[in-house]
Design a protein around this ligand. Structure first.
Ligand SMILES: Nc1nc2c(ncn2[C@@H]2O[C@@H]3COP(=O)(O)O[C@H]4[C@@H](O)[C@H](n5cnc6c(=O)[nH]c(N)nc65)O[C@@H]4COP(=O)(O)O[C@H]3[C@H]2O)c(=O)[nH]1
Length: 919
């Protein structure tokens, strides 16, 4: 607001055509401090006023050219000067003139001659009025300006408000949510377009109505309850509800927020509702949830696979993870039962798993149960997804059960082991379309993980089997599947340790089949193997659990009997009982590939209980006992005897030394003369001697049998024949010995050698020897061992002139029939009969019989072991042709034999000279 300026120099225009008056008045005013302009006539006054409007004009009326009234009229007519207050200063004083002046807009009238003070007072007054007027005008202008502004603002706010309302309306209408407003009684006050769709009515038709006018009472009650809940809680209440739209039948899940609406006094005036369709969000959430579940199941599956070593456990835990973590209703694993062409469930978990017992899933496409999703998955070797189990044409046979279990979708994934489909992993979900792309990927990954585990199991199984096979080969005899020597040692050690603690005895039984070698040689190894397998089975049937039977090799078995009595006599009796049972079982006839075989066994038994006894010692002991049993005759058992052990140890040492004997020229031939009835030396039997470096001369009785058992008899036998032939050749070249014959002992293994005949022939040819001077002594047992082979070989040799003598005749089971078939030249009466001549009548009779038999067959008879003249005389009396024995000579080294021969011939020729009278 402007302040009123009273002391300022007001600008006054004085107009008077009289210069003196003009001056007087101007001076007067100037003297009062006013700014004064002056004008001498009307026109100049108007021009000056318009150019610079004064605050007050003092105007003379009576002026030439243009009077004061006209000037005033013109000034009032001009906008720049119309407001300038005009005081007429005139000599005119009539009222009419004053009225005319006021009519023209003048503010005062001062009559000339004026009073100075009056004039100044009037001037001051009008100037104040001018000031006041100006001030007032300023105030008015100021207020007007404010009013204008307010108006403008009001206008703007009005426009904003109108705009906002429109936006709000648009917003409410455009928003996809359903919005409505109800009064406290549930009567609709407003709703948006989306809500109109729900009830299928326009807002105008909804307003004034309640939910009961549009939906079922039950649903309307539900809405009402939620309205009340929000109202009474006095806060926003949320709930989820399924709503069906009247306009297009759409049904969805809505999240509804209900807010109470209050007036400024806090009184409830209604409930505002907003409902948002969350169906898709829920579906997406459920999908994510499902994927997360499956992912969790997959992770768990990986953990299970990493830790599980058992297939059945793996399957069960995988199914369990699929249900408990993967959110599946049920899961199971089935394996292909190729024989029955169906799927056999092996693991399951979840609701409806019991159905599997009744479920039939065939792999045969022609079967009514052969086209299930699982059957197809296996046949096509790829997953089959059944997204709507209850409406899928291929699930018909299982639908009823599936409905009960709540299966809405199923997945069947083939399982592979080492790349080959061997089964399937089947899952059921409680929602249709549960297996979207992501779920499929996860399940395929899960099935591939199971495949990986199956491959690992197969590898582990193969390795286990290989290890078991390695163990079997290491510890078991591949032919009979019995523990081998290695395992036997372990078991023996264990048995001795256990029984030493308890004080019980352990028995070890060494079993050897009699004549097994003969079966093997005559019938072949296949039959021999069959016998061993059968024997192994029979042995096992004779034993208790905890006892062991092992095969050492060949036809040798060892049985360990545990926990025998503490008392040695009783324990021995227990072992003997089992031993006899074994012998009896082993001697039952065998059917070997259609061939019936009879065989027996021999057994050596040892009893042990001291922990310090080693397994080697045990085996040695029972080996000794076995040897004893064999010597006592076949099919018998013998307990271990320490004295026998000593003998065997010597034998073992001999066996060792025997190996070098030939190489080191430790053998020599001794010659024991054979004479005729008149005492003439016709030849000799060569008898081998072993000049042992430590033991001295070793008798053949001590080593021939050993050599036969170890096979060393073959080179030794060859050496004897070659040495004998070489000697015959030497003699042939010395006239006095030229007619001597040599008898050579041939052992069975030597004779049965394939090249035996060839060897003799070759040796005879080599020495260009007369074969008739070589006599081969064969024993009865040798001949009967393989009669066909013997006859053939004897005949072949006979054809070239070799002669044969049947050694030890009378001791064996001589078969006269074969005797007649064999090309024998001589029967050698065993010395056991000869030496009993004159002692037992029987032997004398036997000797007579043998001699008579030989005579009848036309073959020679030779008595060996003739020690006395009495024996000789008896033999001579009964017609024995030849003699051999200590009576004539012991076996002698070559030089001594030759000396004796020369001496005897000399005596004989002297005697013949005497008798013929030459001397
Ligand atoms: N008590 C007694 N004994 C007499 C008498 N006359 C001879 N003997 C012995 O009786 C054995 C006869 O030989 P053998 O029956 O063929 O029995 C032989 C023969 O079966 C075997 N043998 C010896 N040398 C050889 C050989 O070079 N090859 C083979 N395969 N066996 C041989 O060894 C056996 C034993 O030979 P030796 O110890 O030399 O024992 C010889 C001989 O010394 C006697 O009047 N009284």
């Amino acid at each position: 607001m402007k302040t009123i300026m009273t002391n300022r120099k007001s600008n006054i225009l004085v107009v008077d055509d009289t210069p003196a008056s003009l001056k007087l008045l101007s001076d007067l005013l100037k003297a009062e401090g006013y700014e004064v302009r002056s004008a001498i006539n009307g026109e100049l006054a108007i021009e000056s006023a318009i150019r610079n409007p004064p605050e007050l004009m003092l105007l003379d009326i009576l002026m030439p050219v243009m009077g004061g009234f006209e000037v005033c009229r013109r000034l009032k007519a001009h906008p720049a000067t119309c407001q300038v207050p005009v005081i007429f200063v005139s000599a005119l004083s009539e009222t009419d003139e004053k009225v005319q002046g006021f009519a023209l807009g003048a503010v005062d009238f001062v009559t000339k001659p004026y009073q100075r003070d009056e004039l100044l007072a009037r001037v001051r007054t009008h100037l104040e009025i001018v000031n006041l007027r100006d001030h007032l005008e300023e105030l008015v202008e100021e207020r007007n300006s404010e009013l204008r502004k307010s108006q403008e603002m009001l206008q703007a706010s009005l426009q904003d408000s109108m705009l906002a309302n429109t936006h709000l309306r648009t917003l409410v209408q455009t928003i996809p949510d359903l919005i409505w407003l109800k009064d406290p009684d549930g009567v609709y006050l407003a709703c948006n377009r989306q809500f109109e769709r729900l009830y299928g009515a326009l807002e105008a038709d909804i307003i004034g109505k309640t939910d009961y006018d549009f939906v079922t009472q039950e649903l309307a009650d539900f809405f009402r309850r939620n309205d009340h809940r929000a109202a009474s809680a006095n806060k926003v209440c949320a709930n989820e509800e399924w709503l069906s739209f009247a306009d297009n039948g759409y049904r969805g899940l809505f999240e509804t927020l209900k807010s109470p609406m209050l007036d400024q006094n806090g009184k409830l005036i209604g409930v505002l509702g907003i409902a948002r369709d969350i169906s898709e969000r829920k579906l997406a959430e459920a999908k994510i949830q499902r994927h997360m579940h499956l992912y969790a199941a997959l992770s768990q599956g990986n953990k299970i696979i990493a830790h599980c070593t058992d297939e059945a456990e793996l399957f069960l835990r995988i199914c369990r993870a699929a249900v408990e973590l993967g959110g599946m209703k049920m899961a199971w694993i089935g394996l292909i039962d190729a024989a029955q062409a169906k799927i056999r469930p092996v693991a399951s978990f979840g609701k409806g798993a019991e159905i599997l017992e009744r479920l039939e899933i065939s792999l045969d496409p022609d079967s009514p149960f052969g086209n299930s999703p699982t059957s197809m998955a296996i046949r096509q070797e790829s997953p089959v997804w059944c997204q709507d189990f209850m409406n899928d044409p291929f699930t018909a046979p299982w639908r009823e059960e599936g409905a009960r279990a709540g299966w809405a979708a199923s997945a069947s994934l083939p399982l592979r082991r080492n790349g080959v489909v061997t089964g399937a992993f089947i899952l059921y979900a409680d929602e249709i379309n549960a297996f979207d792309d992501a779920a499929r990927d996860l399940l395929i990954e899960m099935s591939m993980d199971i495949n990986l585990a199956l491959d690992n199991f197969s590898r582990a199984l193969a390795q286990k089997q290989a290890e078991a096979e390695i163990e079997r080969l290491a510890f078991y005899d591949p032919l009979t599947n019995l523990p081998n020597r290695r395992l036997l040692y372990d078991r023996l050690k264990q048995a001795i340790a256990n029984n030493a603690r308890s004080g019980n005895h352990v028995a070890a039984l060494f079993i050897d089949l009699d004549n097994f070698k003969t079966l093997n040689d005559t019938r072949g190894h296949t039959i021999g193997d069959l016998l061993l397998i059968e024997v192994a089975c029979r042995l096992e049937t004779c034993l208790r659990e905890g006892d062991t039977v092992a095969r050492l090799g060949g036809d040798e078995f060892v049985v360990i009997l545990n926990g025998l009595d503490e008392d040695p006599t009783h324990a021995a009796s227990q072992a003997k009982t089992v031993g006899n049972k074994i012998l009896s079982t082993a001697s039952q006839p065998y059917q070997l590939s259609g061939y019936q075989h009879h065989c027996s066994a021999s057994m050596g038994i040892g009893l042990f209980r001291h922990a310090e006894t080693t397994t080697e010692e045990i085996l040695k002991c029972i080996d000794t006992a076995l040897y004893q049993a064999k010597r006592g005759g076949r099919n018998s058992l013998s307990f271990y005897d320490p004295a026998m052990q000593a003998t065997l140890e010597i034998r073992a040492a001999l066996e060792n030394d025997l190996r070098q004997a030939l190489e080191e020229n430790q053998f020599q031939l001794y010659y024991q003369m054979q004479v005729n009835q008149i005492g003439q030396i016709l030849g000799a039997e060569v008898l081998i001697r072993w000049l042992h470096p430590q033991r001295g001369l070793v008798s053949p009785l001590e080593f021939i049998e050993l050599a036969e058992e170890t096979g060393q008899i073959l080179p030794i036998g060859k050496w004897v024949i070659e040495t004998a032939c070489a000697q015959l050749k030497t003699w042939e070249n010395q006239h006095r010995f030229a007619n001597l014959q040599l008898a050579v002992n041939v052992s069975a293994p030597q004779f049965h050698q394939n090249d035996f005949v060839e060897h003799i022939r070759h040796t005879l040819q080599h020495y260009r020897l007369n074969p008739e001077r070589l006599k081969l002594e064969l024993t009865e047992s040798l001949v009967l061992d393989d009669i066909e082979d013997t006859i053939t070989k004897m005949q072949q040799l006979r054809e070239i002139g070799v002669r044969f003598s049947m050694d030890d005749f009378g001791t064996g089971y001589s078969s006269l029939y074969y005797l007649t078939k064999l090309p024998i030249d001589q029967l050698k009466i065993d010395q056991s009969f000869v030496q009993n001549i004159g002692i037992t009548q029987n032997d004398g009779v036997i000797v007579q019989t043998i001699i008579g038999m030989a005579n009848n067959l036309g073959i020679e008879s030779l008595a060996e072991g003739v020690e006395t003249e009495e024996q000789r005389a008896f033999l001579e009396q009964h017609g024995c042709n030849f003699y051999q024995g200590y009576l004539f000579s012991r076996p002698l080294p070559l030089n001594q034999f030759e000396e004796r021969f020369i001496a005897a011939n000399t005596e004989q020729s002297a005697a013949s000279h005497v008798s013929t009278g030459i001397n």
